[in-house]
Design a binder for this molecule. Structure first.
Ligand code: FAD
Length: 417
C-alpha cells in the first residue's frame, strides 16, 4: 500500500470535484493548497451553473445503443438534444469515434455499472461535507422526476429502467394523477413519470461550492488564485506546479481541473480523450407554484432546477472546443417547451450561462492514481454527474492517498481503461 498521509498536497482545480478532494484530504491531515484562477463557486466553473441534481439514478451514459441511426436527425434538429460545432469536427473525431464504439449495449451496461458504483456512495459522502460545512440547508432530499408526454416516449425509456433495476437504483412509475399530486407546478400534459426517491436537489450549486471552499479555508486550507501552467520534475517525479503566480511545491498532486484537465493530464503522463460537453442554462423568474425538485422532460431533453434565485432551465449536449464562443440558440429554443410544461411560467430571461462538462467517450470519470507517477492522483471527467459525484470522488482520492481500500474496484475509472 502506498500511503501519502499528511503530505503537502496541491489540488489543481477548485470546482466541486477539486474542493471535495481538498476537504477529504484535509480531514486526513494533509496540508492542502488548491490552485485555480477562478473563485470556487463562481460562474466560471461548470459546478456553478448545473441543474442541481444529486442523482441516485443517472446511470445512462450519453452514447446509447442506436445512437448511430439517431445522430443525423438529432444534429439536424435545431432544438434537438445534441449539437456539434462543425468547425471543431477534426479535433473531435477521435473522441466521437470512441463515443460511437462505446454505444454498444455491452459497453453501455459496463459504463452504467461503473457510474452506479460511484452513485451508490454519493449520499454518505455528501452528508459528511454538508454537515461539517453547515451547508445542509442547500440540499433537499425529496427525489427527482423524469416526465413523459406520450406512451411512446415512456416506452422508449424501457432500457433506462432496465439499467436502473440492474444497478439497484430505486424508482417508481407514476401515472398522471400521482404526478399531479407530487408536482402540482407541472401543466397536466404528462401521461407518465419516473420518480427516483433517493435523489436530492441542490438549490444553489455555486453556493455549495463556495461554502465548501470557505470551510476548507477556515480549517487551514489555502486557495491560490492562479492558473497551473506546467509541472517540473525532481528525481523523476512531478513535484512543482508552475503557476501564473509562482511555483508551488507538493509531495502529492491531484489533478481536478474539470474540462481543462486534458493537457495537464498529458503532462502528468496520461493521454485521455477528454472533451468539453458543453451545456447551457437560462434563469427565469420563479413561477407562482415553484417546482419542488429537479425534473427532466424526456420528450424535449431539457431539465429544470428550482434554484434559490429563480427557475433554471438547462439543455443537453454541445460538442465544441472548450473555449469556443457560446451558441445560445438551442437553449433559447427550449423556452417555449418550458413555458408549456410549467404552470404560469414567465419566459423572461434573467441571465444566460455556458458550462463545460468534462467528458470521456463512455461518460465514466477518471478517478485514481496515475499509472505513471505514484504521487499523482487524477479526478476529472465527471460529465453530467460532477455535482453528484464530487464528494464521493474526494473520499476515494483521500482513501487512495491514505493507502486505505476505497471498497470499490477502481479499474473502470483508470485513465488508460
Ligand atoms: C447545463 C449543465 C447541467 C448539469 N447538471 C448537472 C446535474 O444536475 N447534476 C450533476 O451532478 N452534474 C451536472 N452537470 C455536470 C457538472 O456540473 C460537472 O460535471 C461538474 O461541475 C464538474 O466539476 P469539476 O470540478 O470537475 O469542474 P469545474 O466546476 O469546471 O471546475 C474546474 C476548475 O478547474 C479550474 N482550472 C482549469 N484549468 C486550470 C488550471 N490550468 N489551473 C488551475 N485550475 C484550473 C477551472 O478554473 C475550474 O474552476 C451539469 C453540467 C452542465 C453544463
Amino acid at each position: 500500500m502506498n500511503s501519502d498521509h499528511g503530505k503537502d498536497t496541491i489540488v489543481i482545480g477548485g470546482g466541486i470535484v477539486g474542493i471535495s478532494c481538498a476537504l477529504f484530504l484535509q480531514r486526513d491531515g494533509h496540508k492542502v493548497t488548491v490552485v485555480d484562477p477562478a473563485v470556487p463557486g463562481s460562474s466560471d466553473q461548470t459546478s456553478f451553473g448545473n441543474a442541481g441534481s444529486i442523482s441516485s439514478s443517472s446511470v445512462m451514459p450519453t452514447a446509447l445503443p442506436g445512437i448511430y441511426k439517431k445522430l443525423p436527425g438529432m444534429l439536424a434538429d435545431p432544438t434537438g438534444p445534441l449539437a456539434i460545432q462543425w468547425r471543431y469536427l477534426f479535433r473531435l473525431t477521435p473522441f466521437l469515434l470512441s463515443f460511437l464504439r462505446y454505444s454498444s449495449r455491452a459497453h453501455v451496461e459496463d459504463s452504467g455499472r461503473a457510474i452506479a458504483g460511484i452513485i451508490h456512495r454519493v449520499h454518505d459522502a455528501y452528508q459528511i461535507l454538508l454537515e461539517e460545512s453547515g451547508t445542509g440547508d442547500l440540499v433537499v432530499r425529496n427525489g427527482s422526476l423524469k416526465v413523459f408526454k406520450t406512451d411512446q416516449s415512456f416506452a422508449a425509456s424501457a432500457f433506462e429502467r432496465e439499467l436502473l433495476e440492474k444497478n439497484d437504483c430505486r424508482y417508481d412509475v407514476l401515472n398522471e394523477d400521482e404526478l399531479r399530486q407530487l408536482e402540482p407546478s407541472l401543466q397536466p400534459i404528462f401521461k407518465h413519470a419516473i420518480f427516483m426517491p433517493d435523489s436530492s436537489t441542490a438549490l444553489n450549486p455555486g453556493k455549495i461550492v463556495s461554502r465548501f471552499a470557505e470551510h476548507f479555508v477556515a480549517k487551514g486550507g489555502r486557495i491560490v488564485r492562479a492558473e497551473a501552467r506546467d509541472i517540473e520534475f525532481s528525481e523523476g517525479l512531478p513535484r512543482t506546479v508552475v503557476t501564473s503566480n509562482g511555483n508551488l511545491e507538493g509531495e502529492l498532486i491531484v489533478l481536478a481541473a474539470g474540462a481543462w484537465s486534458r493537457d495537464m493530464a498529458r503532462r502528468l503522463g496520461s493521454s485521455v480523450l477528454l472533451e468539453a460537453e458543453r451545456g447551457y442554462h437560462i434563469m427565469l423568474p420563479k413561477p407562482p407554484v415553484m417546482p419542488k425538485r429537479f425534473i427532466t422532460f424526456a420528450d424535449r431533453k431539457f431539465a429544470i432546477l428550482p434554484h434559490q434565485d429563480g427557475l433554471r432551465v438547462t439543455t443537453g449536449v454541445e460538442y465544441a472546443k472548450v473555449d469556443a464562443p457560446p451558441d445560445y440558440r438551442r437553449i433559447r429554443g427550449m423556452l417555449p417547451f418550458a413555458g408549456e410544461s410549467i404552470r404560469d411560467l414567465e419566459l423572461d430571461e434573467q441571465s444566460i450561462w455556458l458550462g463545460r462538462r468534462p467528458t470521456l467517450p463512455n461518460s465514466v470519470p477518471v478517478i485514481g492514481r496515475s499509472p505513471k507517477y505514484r504521487n499523482v492522483l487524477l479526478a476529472f471527467g465527471h460529465s453530467h454527474l460532477g455535482l453528484t459525484m464530487g464528494p464521493a470522488t474526494g473520499q476515494i482520492i483521500a482513501d487512495l492517498a491514505a493507502g486505505r481500500d476505497p471498497g470499490l474496484d477502481l479499474s473502470p475509472y483508470r485513465p488508460d481503461r
